[in-house]
Design a protein around this ligand. Structure first.
Ligand code: MG
Length: 300
């Protein structure tokens, strides 16, 4: 298929992951509410109290996916020395909900494969932490589809606990086999252009022939535009208008200021105006851009 000459030529794709390739929020919501409801039922602590205490832990640990959460909630510690063990049933409920609801958006895999087949590398860049990002990439069979992954390092662990202690299965069940994984310095956050510029440089590309895709206007689209790359807004992944999103706002590690900024950007269209809008799915990219592998193949 020969695209019309007006389509921008792209030889590097950098993409956000959560709510761009897969429904992170849907999976987070169903797994976190399963945990919360089950812990509340078993302990008798009302969910609003658990949510308030969870937010404090999430802010301290800079993530809403903290595996040790229960052991740092004061009202649970008042009832048990080891809440993770006492409320093990709740963790099982959380895990099975997560497994069941983690899935790619329709058309994502074939779109990524089409872009790769054109010789264009696809790099993932997420603010999510390492452990769960690798789990999602493995679970969704994207290991090797991505030419590289850039993510935040993992959250801190309680004193005296190492990541090896957390890993209950053989080492081959963890990590990625094919996609190289780079950790960005803790605290480097979108829309800072530092990492995007680094990726463009590493792959020997230029902003003018780089496409960046993401669902967040204030983080993804703003960053792509500041770097001078082409931006595509994964509008199909936006969830801020859903009633369920209120739970994430109540327990997020984001500051009140950032939550408010996002709310304002969601309510008032035009704060950040995307150049290309994907309102139905990722496959719309294939008619918007001409994907061409770089003639000079210096990419790693
Ligand atoms: Mg996202």
């Amino acid at each position: 298929m020969q695209p019309p000459a007006t389509q921008p030529v792209i030889n590097l794709v950098v993409t956000d992951l959560d709510n761009t390739l897969w429904d992170w929020f849907g999976a987070w919501y169903s797994s976190f509410s399963a945990l919360l409801n089950e812990v509340s039922r078993l302990s008798g602590v009302p969910t609003p109290a658990l949510e308030e205490e969870a937010r404090k832990v999430h802010q301290r640990r800079r993530t809403t996916e903290y595996s040790y959460l229960l052991n740092e909630i004061p009202s649970l510690l008042a009832l048990s020395k080891n809440p993770l063990m006492t409320y093990d049933k709740a963790l099982h409920a959380q895990n099975s909900a997560r497994k069941e609801s983690t899935r790619l958006y329709p058309g994502v895999l074939t779109t990524l494969e089409t872009i790769r087949a054109a010789g264009v590398p696809i790099v993932g860049y997420t603010e999510s932490l390492s452990f769960w990002t690798e789990w999602r990439i493995r679970t969704l069979e994207l290991d090797g589809v991505l030419a590289a992954l850039y993510s935040s390092p993992d959250h801190d662990l309680p004193d005296g606990v190492s990541f090896e202690d957390l890993r209950t299965q053989d080492p081959e069940h963890y990590g990625l086999k094919l996609t190289p994984h780079e950790h960005v310095a803790a605290g480097t956050e979108k829309p800072s252009v530092a990492i995007l510029n680094e990726i463009i440089q590493t792959f020997g590309a230029r902003p003018a022939t780089t496409l960046y895709i993401g669902d967040s206007l204030i983080k993804d689209v703003a960053m792509a535009q500041a770097a001078g790359a082409h931006d595509a807004h994964a509008a199909y992944g936006q969830v801020q208008h859903l009633p369920e999103y209120a739970l994430l706002r109540r327990v997020t590690h984001w500051t009140d200021e950032l939550v408010e900024k996002e709310r304002r950007a969601t309510e008032r269209a035009g704060v950040v105006t995307p150049t290309h809008v994907l309102d139905r799915g990722l496959d719309q990219l294939l008619t918007m851009f001409a994907f061409e592998g770089a003639a000079d193949d210096t990419a790693p």
